[in-house]
Design a protein around this ligand. Structure first.
Ligand code: PHE
Length: 338
């Protein structure tokens, strides 16, 4: 084999090596102790001085070229390594980010917020009260003394003689009147309430109400009616009418139940309104003089109206849900729809 062939072969082999280890082995096979070139040199002892000289020069030149071939290949491999690493570390800033699963608002929260917004736009402020309440505020000061038969309208969870889970948001009426000590009041109070009901499609031992209370001089039932009509329109559509039916709650006089004309059929009658054309949405009335007096308001000077509505009922109607228990069983498939 002549030296040119050696170089040619070395070039081809260098191209094929994949790792620096392979390259080092290849280099050793050409330039190491047992290399072809050294074998060639070993034959030199039989040659003439002249021949030795030329062959020696040729072999040295060839060694130089081989060094060059392997060096270039090493640099080439290193450059490729860098390229590969850069490619693997590259970040495409235009790619979309990872999707984070986001929760949704609970339908009851949505309805609560919507109702709050309507009242805030009408100048009401929002009050809150405790869910663990005194009998005093939940019943007594709402004109429901101990032993009053109307207490049984609301089956109560008692902790002891004086403490209970509030059965309605009306105790916040009393708390607000006591706090505001004779000044005009215009509030709503959303919150959870509890009753000893057996849970079924239309009953839950825990539910939500929004209480409303307005107390000032010269408040009349016309104010109550105007307010209820206004919120019914905002909640259920501009064409809504309302109907007030006499009813009884001990803390109001007169007491009313309020119906809104059915927003599904417009009043003609359909399954939603049980073919009556009307849907009951809340209880209301003019604040009873006893309630005003017990809280320190002069009932000759001050008059007021109050109302209480169930948030679940409105959410059931609004979203066409057929079972109140859906609100509390927290099935993600249900909750995700809102
Ligand atoms: N608190 C009453 C209930 O829960 C509703 C109501 C509130 C009625 C205010 C009249 C006035 O049934």
């Amino acid at each position: 084999m002549n030296l040119n062939q050696v170089l040619e072969e070395a070039r081809l082999k260098a191209k094929e090596v994949k790792t620096s280890h392979e390259l080092a082995e290849l280099k050793a096979s050409y330039l190491g102790k047992k290399s072809i070139l050294n074998e060639l040199m070993a034959t030199m002892k039989n040659l003439s001085i002249e021949e030795k000289k030329t062959l020696g020069q040729q072999v040295n030149a060839c060694k130089g070229e081989l060094e060059e071939i392997f060096l270039l290949r090493r640099q080439e491999m290193e450059a490729l390594e860098v390229e590969k690493r850069l490619a693997s570390e590259a970040i495409d800033v235009t790619l979309p980010g990872k999707q984070v699963a986001r929760g949704t608002h609970h339908p009851l929260t949505l309805v609560q917020q919507e109702i709050e917004d309507i009242f805030i736009s009408m100048g009401y402020s929002i009050e809150e009260g405790p869910e663990v309440e005194l009998d005093l505020y939940n019943f007594e000061m709402l004109n429901l003394p101990k032993g009053h038969p109307a207490r049984e309208m609301q089956d109560t969870f008692y902790f002891d003689e004086v403490t209970l889970l509030r059965t309605h948001t009306s105790p916040v009426q009393v708390r607000t009147l006591l706090k505001d000590k004779g000044a005009p009041v215009k509030i709503i109070c959303p919150g959870k309430v509890y009753r000893r009901d057996d849970d079924d499609a239309t009953h839950s031992h825990q539910f939500m109400q929004i209480e409303g209370l307005v107390v000032d001089e010269n408040i009349t039932m016309a104010d109550l009616k105007g307010t209820l009509l206004e919120i019914s329109k905002k909640m259920f559509g501009e064409d809504r009418k309302i109907r007030l039916r006499p009813s009884f709650f001990p803390f109001v006089e007169p007491g009313l139940e309020v119906d809104v004309s059915c927003f599904a059929c417009g009043g003609a009658g359909c399954p939603m309104c049980k073919h009556t054309g009307w849907i009951e949405i809340l209880g209301a009335g003019m604040v009873h003089p006893n309630v005003l007096e017990m809280a320190g308001y002069d009932h000759h000077k001050f008059k007021g109206f109050a109302f209480g509505m169930g948030i679940e009922r409105i959410a059931l109607l609004r979203y066409g849900i057929d079972d109140i228990r859906h609100f509390y069983t927290n099935d993600i498939r249900f909750l995700k729809q809102f």
